[in-house]
Design a protein around this ligand. Structure first.
Ligand SMILES: [Zn+2]
Length: 313
């Protein structure tokens, strides 16, 4: 059995885990990300989480270490290029600093691509050769596998599926581009729409808590039959359907996998997504299955470990 150390770096948490080559997480250590304390503090926290995960196990050695981080990220040089959720993650030599702190070779991967690899190798995409993965949570990210190869592109930056523009002159995305899928379909955008509409709808069960609604409140109210909540869920599903229809046309995947926080309510979103695809995708693309991620919040960790095993690090 081979083992890898995988670290999923997020704007809120750092999760470190020892993972085996069948996708089992054996030991883990979580820490909060010192996202406002500068890049060196983040590197120190990653090293600390790594040491904690490794200390729990007794085994001779690990095959390698991989850290997945939010992008944009040049994974060829190992340098983040303006990550909005972590201060100082712009032109910082992250991979080199991690190698110094951890005392060994470290692989650095975009978190969306790592999660895509996790689902492809050990999750809902197992057995397929062409996969589109989309994570829908605070942002919208993802990755693409075509003909058994992970798409990386120039500087390793391919597959930012959330920054596919779905509307001309649309709402400006944090990335600077107007009309990105992320600007409409991410969790905070969904919550903003819910707050705005619920404030104007005294007949809805969402009205009383309008100012602090979160996506899970809307899904729960829709389950109870609230008309506004059901309309909001349908709207969210439609945005996802618009993005997925273009991704089907672009990459012709055998399967589309949806992960991230909003995929907890996949069953409520799926009918609307499917309806949009059935009505608008070119006919030969309409039978592609759209599935919920199978590894829940661990797709990135398992993908990072798979990367270590695949590259023989
Ligand atoms: Zn964008």
């Amino acid at each position: 059995m081979r083992l890898a150390l995988a670290i999923d770096l997020g704007g809120t948490n750092i999760r470190a885990a020892v993972v085996d080559d069948t996708g089992n997480i054996l030991h883990r250590a979580d820490k909060s990300t010192p996202a406002r304390q500068g890049a060196p503090a983040v590197v120190a926290a990653i090293a600390d989480a790594a040491a904690q995960a490794l200390a729990q196990a007794s085994y001779p050695s690990i095959a390698g270490m991989c850290v997945c981080s939010p992008g944009p990220l040049d994974t060829i040089t190992g340098v983040p290029l303006g990550v909005s959720t972590i201060d100082g993650f712009d032109q910082f030599p992250l991979r080199d600093e991690l190698q110094k702190a951890l005392g060994q070779k470290v692989w650095l991967e975009n978190d969306g691509i790592a999660a895509c690899i996790g689902e492809w190798k050990q999750g809902a995409g197992k057995g397929y050769q062409s996969v589109v993965y989309m994570t829908v949570s605070t942002g919208v990210g993802g990755g693409v596998v075509v003909d058994g190869h992970v798409l990386r592109g120039r500087r390793g930056m391919a597959g930012h599926v959330g920054h596919l523009a779905i509307l001309a002159d649309g709402k400006r995305c944090y990335c600077g581009n107007p009309g990105c899928l992320e600007a409409y379909a991410c969790g905070p955008a969904f919550a903003d729409r819910a707050r705005e509409k619920a404030a104007l709808a005294p007949q809805s069960s969402l009205h009383a808590q309008a100012t602090k609604l979160e996506p899970h409140d809307v899904f729960a109210a829709s389950m109870q039959g609230d008309a506004l909540a059901t309309e909001l869920v349908a709207e969210e599903a439609r945005y996802l359907g618009i993005g997925i229809t273009s991704l089907l046309h672009l990459y012709s995947p055998e399967v589309v996998i949806i992960g991230g926080g909003l995929s907890n309510s996949f069953d409520q979103l799926a009918p609307g997504i499917t309806a949009y695809v059935q009505a608008n995708a070119m006919k030969p693309y309409r039978d592609v299955p759209i599935l919920k991620a199978a590894l829940a919040g661990n797709s990135g960790l398992i993908g990072a470990a798979e990367l270590v095993f695949a590259t023989g690090a």
